[in-house]
Design a protein around this ligand. Structure first.
Ligand code: BGC
Length: 743
């Protein structure tokens, strides 16, 4: 008892003193805490539970969590939100022998109090500054609610729209995905851990989760090293280089080895090659799930495999808690592995300042100050309108006049509230009062003299067409129809794979019925993934892909429809013509029998019942003014290895009536190399604002580094030969010119 008291006193002094004594480095402080820890307490730091308020995975109940906290058996939690809850649990941690503070993590995927567009939509803005700002806001808001750790960004490359989690990432391109990954990390971590508005980023899901076979969530991944390194790893590396505080393992097995027990991924690449020093946490239950994978026989083997591989924290599987002590006592795990993992966890707790003040994220006034912040809503509105993609606008139907006499607003999304938010949004009691619905946004923007008529037409996902007649008669009374359709917010997201990626329910029939009235129709498509809507693409005059835009959806949509904002979004996943065409992506390696054009069928690589190209190509999106590209020239046509570079210039002219922003995209093709190279790869892009009639010359600097790729030995090199550069407003409609790379 006396001994316990002395230890506790010493410990409290060691942990919280510091004012007079010269400040030790974090490494020294970690070391002095670890010297006091028992094996069980160390293992406690590697154990993470979900709180009891909400769950984002299968629930494992195992008794009283608070007692376990007081016993030092828990190091971190997720799904505990708010100053009151986090304070209450942190107080329990302060009753533990060593008073080591808890970490609170949360899925902060597209905003926190303020809901931003889903990440895939945000990516369509190609605007890394705005994306960083969105995450800065999410970091500020969530940290004020007691959160230290955002389980974000999700940087999985995704090519298969059947996979519901495409909504969480940035799409199919590794270059753009890397830029966005780094921006998100900067946004969450702000001026650095230790500031009370900075939260740790968590890069997930490492790795190759997006390539699940058949687009079926959690499914197996079988992938060549070339694809892994060329397409799937770059955003993870970019996020690590940006200083991300943590990584999360993925659920899938990669080439037979579950990612959570995968030494190649976790030790060889992440730790050794990339010299990554942050925390690695498993995904929910993923350590225990290695039993189902057939990789280990039981929880004990699972714990050993995960720790050996380099996974520091066990989220929710209890394998570490139940087995590491015995494994360590019987010397079944390498000495030092537990200590290394614990040191990484404690280091982050020190960096966050939690040892100095465990309650520094528990400030009620700060929490209150983050409710309904107008500046945050303004940022959400700005990013939302930049996320919207205009796919089609025949006869310049858009923008609409605010003075249109009668507008019919039809469809299940017209007055829907929470469907605007998307799968990973948080729910708040005052949500319904703060979300701007599409109806509200459009009503506010329209002149008070204009009539806005409403009919729901049908629900999102059932077979009931009894509302069609009323919808048709409403359309008939109007000068123009806005028709808002799509997926409900729980139709894309985790465990939301779909085999049929068309509009659900009877929505396509509703579109046909409204179109048959002969009225001009503006179609809004709300979804978490690229959908297939072939009939509408062929027949409807104007199509606006709105994704799920978040709290400011209504304002952002109205801004675009009425021309207060000239749409500038460009899709970051290729849109297929049919579900049978996925996975589909622009940066594919050529076959030996490429189709010379879209409809050639004779012994070429394609489908006999479908055009070869995607419905809308990667990078595509139009605005209210066309942009014309001219004079694509290189300052020289050959490039030497080393410091050599040349400029590639192109003049872009806004030939329309509206000022607007264009995303100028530069692609490269390496014609011959020791491994087959993609037919096009994005290597740079530039966003440019052009007034009506204005021209600007955009200059890209190109050097040998941009010609590099992973060869068969996985060396990142370039090889001499012919290259083509392409420039344009999307990956299909491009100007091109060639250059030679010489030794
Ligand atoms: C998801 C992760 C998430 C975790 C915690 C898992 O099911 O795959 O992305 O961070 O749950 O909610």
């Amino acid at each position: 008892m006396i001994r316990y008291f002395l230890i506790a006193t010493y410990c409290a002094t060691a942990l919280f003193a510091g004012a007079q004594a010269p400040r030790k480095t974090i490494a020294q402080r970690v070391d002095s805490v670890m010297k006091l820890m028992t094996l069980e307490e160390k293992i406690g730091q590697l154990n993470q539970y979900s709180g009891d308020w909400s769950h984002t995975g299968p629930i494992t109940a195992d008794g009283d969590k608070q007692t376990q906290i007081r016993n030092g058996q828990l190091g971190s939690m997720l799904n505990v939100v708010g100053v009151e809850h986090t304070r209450m649990l942190q107080e329990q941690a302060m009753k533990s022998r060593l008073k080591i503070p808890l970490l609170f993590g949360q899925d902060v995927i597209h905003g926190f109090r303020t809901t931003f567009p889903i990440p895939l939509a945000q990516a369509c803005s190609w605007d890394t500054d705005e994306i960083e700002r969105a995450e800065r806001i999410a970091g500020t808001e969530s940290s004020a609610y007691g959160i230290h750790w955002a389980f974000s960004p999700m940087v999985d490359i995704a090519r298969d729209a059947r996979w519901g989690r495409v909504m969480e990432g940035s799409g199919e391109d590794p270059y753009l995905g890397s830029k966005i990954a780094a921006a998100r990390v900067r946004g969450f971590q702000g001026k650095g851990l230790g500031n009370t508005d900075a939260v740790m980023a968590c890069v997930k899901h490492y790795a190759a989760y997006g390539a699940a076979v058949g687009g079926r969530d959690y499914n197996d991944v079988d992938m060549s090293d070339l694809s892994l390194w060329q397409y799937y790893l770059p955003p993870f590396k970019a996020a690590a280089d940006a200083g991300a505080a943590s990584f999360m393992t993925s659920f899938n097995a990669l080439n037979g080895i579950p990612a959570t027990g995968n030494r190649y991924l976790l030790r060889d690449i992440l730790r050794k090659l990339w010299k990554y020093t942050g925390i690695v946490v498993s995904d929910w239950g993923a350590i225990g799930e290695m039993i189902n994978h057939g990789f280990v026989a039981d929880g004990k083997e699972a714990a050993k495999a995960a720790l050996d591989a380099g996974c520091d924290i066990d989220m929710e599987s209890r394998s570490y808690k139940n087995h590491l002590t015995e494994l360590a006592r019987n010397k079944k795990i390498k000495a030092g592995l537990i200590d290394e993992a614990v040191a990484r966890v404690l280091t982050k707790k020190f960096e966050l300042g939690l040892f100095d003040d465990p309650f520094r994220f528990c400030n009620q006034a700060r929490e209150k100050s983050q409710e309904n912040v107008q500046a945050h809503k303004d940022a959400a509105r700005s990013l939302s309108r930049k996320s919207i993609v205009l796919l089609k606008n025949e006869n310049n139907l858009l923008p609409l006049s605010k003075k249109t006499k009668t507008v019919a607003f039809i469809g299940p999304f017209a007055k829907s509230v929470r469907d605007n938010l998307g799968f990973w949004s948080m729910e708040w009691p005052d949500d319904t009062a703060t979300i701007v619905t599409q109806w509200q946004g459009i009503r506010q923007a329209l002149s008070p003299e204009s009539q806005l008529l409403y009919a729901e037409g049908c629900h999102i996902n059932d077979q009931d067409s009894s509302g069609f007649a009323q919808a048709v008669s409403t359309a008939e009374q109007a000068d123009v129809v806005i028709l808002s359709v799509g997926e409900a917010r729980d139709m894309s997201g985790e465990a939301k794979s779909r085999s049929n990626i068309q509009l659900p329910g009877v929505q396509e029939q509703l579109i046909k019925a409204i179109h048959a009235t002969g009225k001009p129709v503006v179609l809004l498509i709300n979804a978490g993934r690229p959908l297939v809507f072939t009939w509408a693409s062929d027949n409807i005059t104007a199509i606006v892909y709105t994704w799920w835009l978040g709290s400011e959806a209504g304002h952002a949509i109205a801004d675009v429809l009425f021309g207060d904002y000239n749409p500038s979004g460009k899709i970051t996943m290729s849109f297929p013509r049919s579900g049978g065409q996925v996975p589909i992506y622009y940066n594919y390696r050529n076959t030996g029998r490429p189709a010379p054009n879209d409809s050639t069928l004779f012994y070429v690589s394609g489908y006999i019942d479908l055009l070869h190209s995607p419905r809308y190509p990667f990078g595509y999106g139009i605005g209210y003014s066309p942009f014309q590209y001219s004079g694509f020239t290189l300052s020289k046509s050959s490039l030497r290895k080393g410091k050599d570079s040349f400029s590639a210039s192109v003049t872009v002219t806004n030939t329309g009536r509206y000022d607007g922003e264009e995303t100028v995209q530069l692609y490269l093709r390496d014609h011959t190399a020791s491994v087959a190279r993609p037919v096009k790869e994005l290597i740079q892009y530039r966003k440019v604002w052009l007034k009506s009639g204005e021209s600007k010359t955009i200059v890209f600097m190109v050097d040998e580094k941009q010609c590099r790729f992973y060869n068969q030995q996985l060396a990142y090199i370039s090889e001499p030969g012919k290259f083509t550069l392409f420039v344009g407003g999307n990956s299909r409609d491009v100007m091109e010119t060639t250059f030679e790379l010489v030794q």
